[in-house]
Design a protein around this ligand. Structure first.
Ligand code: NIG
Ligand code: FE
Length: 417
C-alpha cells in the first residue's frame, strides 16, 4: 500500500467518467431504485471504479480519458433478459391463427404441433440459418438496453441439434456485445422418435445428451419443462439428478398451465429459479423462499396465450421471493423481443410496481443467471454494463412503450450504442 502524503492526495486516473447523471444503482433498497441524484460514475478496465454525487466528485483529484456528460439523464444497469428461446427455425404464425379460431396451446401441442413443429424446423435449419434468424432477435433486445441474455436450447431434442443450437448461442456472443448464458433444455418436449416413450427419451437425455453437453461445456445451467404437455415430476427429477452430478445448476419451467409442484421439486435441488408460475400455490412459494430461489415471471407468454390465472405476486412479496421478469422470447408462447414491453406488461398485467419491474430485469435477473456478484447493479467492482436513458424518472421505463428512450449503451466499459 502506497502511503498518501499529507496535502497530496492520490490522483485517480480513469478511462471514462459519466457526469451529471442520475443513477438507479438498484443496490438493495425496497422502492427508491438506490438512486443517486446529480451523480457521477467512473469506469476503468471494464469495471465501475467510482461513483458518487457531483459534489463528491468535485473534491477528488482525478483525470479521465473520456468524459460523457449525461445532462440529467438516468443510468441503470444494462438490462438482463434471463429467460429466452431466441434460437429456432421457422415460425408458428399458423398456430397463432388456429388459437384465434378456438384451439388451445395444449390441444395444438398434443396434436403434434407446438414445440415439435419448431423442432422439425430447427433440425432442418443450418447453423448459419439459425444464426441469421436469431441475430435480429438479439439485436432487438440489445437496442432496448439489454447487455446480458440467457438462451435455451430445446428445439433440437437430439444431440446433434441441441449442440447446434448451443453453438449458435456461442457464436451470437461474438456477433454482438451481449453476454450470453446458455441453458440446456433437452427436456422440453418428447421428440417424434420417442413418441409414447417419454422414459426412453429421458434416458437419452440423462445418459447421452446431457453428459455430452456438459463435457463440451456448452451449458451454464439445465432446465426442464415440467408440465402436462412436458415432463412429469419424476422425469424432471431424473434430469436434475444428472445435472447435479455434473455440477450444473438447475431451473424449471413450472406451474405454467397446471400445478404439478415442479417448483417444490426444484427447491430441493437449490434451483436458481422457477419460471412462469401462474398456477403456483403457497406451499410452492414457501419452498422457493426457503431455497432462496427467484421467481421468473413471463408476462409475454401470459399475454400471448391469453391466460387469466395470475401468478401469486402477493405471496412472492410476503415471502420475499425475488421476482425477475423476462421476455421468454420463443415462436409459440411469446414471439416477442421487447424487454421494454415486458417492463410495461409486468406492471399492467401483473401489477408490479415500476421499481419491481426494473429490479426484475437487473438485480433479480442477475441472481437467476448466477452472476449477481458482477452484473445487475451499479456498484464499485461491478461490470460496467450501463444503459443511459432519456427519462426524467425511472418509472418512465415501465410507463411508456413505443418510443425507445435508450441514448447510450455501455458494455464492459465500451460505448456500443
Ligand atoms: O417458455 N413452456 C415451454 N416452453 C416455452 C414455449 C415453447 C414453445 O411453445 O415453443 C415457454 O413458454
Ligand atoms: Fe420458456
Amino acid at each position: 500500500m502506497q502511503k498518501k502524503k499529507a496535502g497530496m492526495p492520490n490522483r485517480e486516473s480513469w478511462e471514462t467518467l459519466w457526469i451529471n447523471v442520475n443513477i438507479a444503482t438498484m443496490v438493495e433498497s425496497d422502492t427508491d431504485y438506490g438512486a443517486i441524484f446529480n451523480g457521477a460514475l467512473a469506469v476503468s478496465k471494464g469495471k465501475i471504479v467510482w461513483l458518487g454525487t457531483m459534489d463528491e466528485l468535485a473534491v477528488i483529484n482525478y483525470s479521465s480519458k473520456q468524459i460523457l456528460d449525461g445532462k440529467g439523464k438516468w443510468l441503470t444497469p444494462g438490462l438482463i433478459d434471463c429467460h429466452t428461446h431466441i434460437i429456432y427455425g421457422g415460425n408458428r404464425a399458423n398456430e397463432f391463427e388456429m388459437r384465434l379460431q378456438g384451439k388451445t396451446y395444449e390441444e395444438i401441442a398434443f396434436a403434434g404441433g407446438g414445440i415439435l413443429s419448431t423442432v422439425a424446423a430447427t433440425r432442418s435449419a443450418s447453423e448459419q440459418a439459425l444464426l441469421a434468424s436469431a441475430k435480429p432477435r438479439l439485436m432487438a433486445l440489445h437496442k432496448e438496453g439489454v447487455t446480458t441474455v440467457e438462451i435455451k436450447s430445446g428445439y433440437g431434442l437430439n444431440l446433434e441439434t441441441e449442440i447446434k443450437m448451443l453453438k449458435v448461442a456461442q457464436l451470437l456472443e461474438k456477433e454482438l456485445p451481449v453476454t450470453i448464458k446458455k441453458t440446456f433444455l433437452g427436456a422440453h418436449a418428447i421428440p417424434i422418435e420417442f413418441q409414447n416413450n417419454s422414459q426412453g427419451y429421458i434416458n437419452e437425455v440423462c445418459h447421452n445428451i446431457l453428459p455430452a453437453i456438459a463435457e463440451y461445456k456448452l451449458a451454464d445451467a439445465v432446465d426442464v419443462f415440467c408440465e402436462n404437455i412436458g415432463f412429469t415430476l419424476d422425469e424432471t427429477k431424473q434430469v436434475f439428478e444428472v445435472a447435479k452430478k455434473l455440477n450444473l445448476p438447475v431451473k424449471i419451467h413450472a406451474e405454467q398451465l397446471s400445478n404439478m409442484k415442479g417448483s417444490e421439486l426444484a427447491s430441493t435441488y437449490n434451483a436458481l429459479s422457477a419460471d412462469h408460475l401462474e398456477h403456483l400455490c403457497e406451499e410452492g412459494v414457501k419452498a422457493m423462499c426457503n431455497a432462496k430461489m427467484t421467481a421468473v415471471l413471463l408476462p409475454g407468454a401470459y399475454y400471448f396465450l391469453r391466460e387469466t390465472q395470475l401468478p401469486p405476486i402477493e405471496l412472492f412479496r410476503h415471502y420475499q421471493v425475488p421476482i425477475a421478469i423476462a421476455t421468454d422470447s420463443n415462436p409459440g408462447s411469446s414471439p416477442i423481443t421487447s424487454i421494454q414491453l415486458m417492463l410495461n406488461m409486468a406492471c399492467t398485467l401483473f401489477k408490479l410496481t415500476p421499481f419491481e419491474a426494473l429490479a426484475g430485469v437487473t438485480v433479480n435477473a442477475a441472481k437467476v443467471l448466477g452472476i449477481a456478484d458482477k452484473k445487475g447493479k451499479i456498484a464499485i467492482g461491478y461490470d460496467a454494463d450501463i444503459a443511459c436513458w432519456n427519462i426524467e424518472q425511472p418509472a418512465q421505463l415501465a410507463y411508456q412503450f413505443g418510443v425507445n428512450p435508450l441514448t447510450v449503451l455501455m458494455k464492459a466499459g465500451q460505448v456500443v450504442i
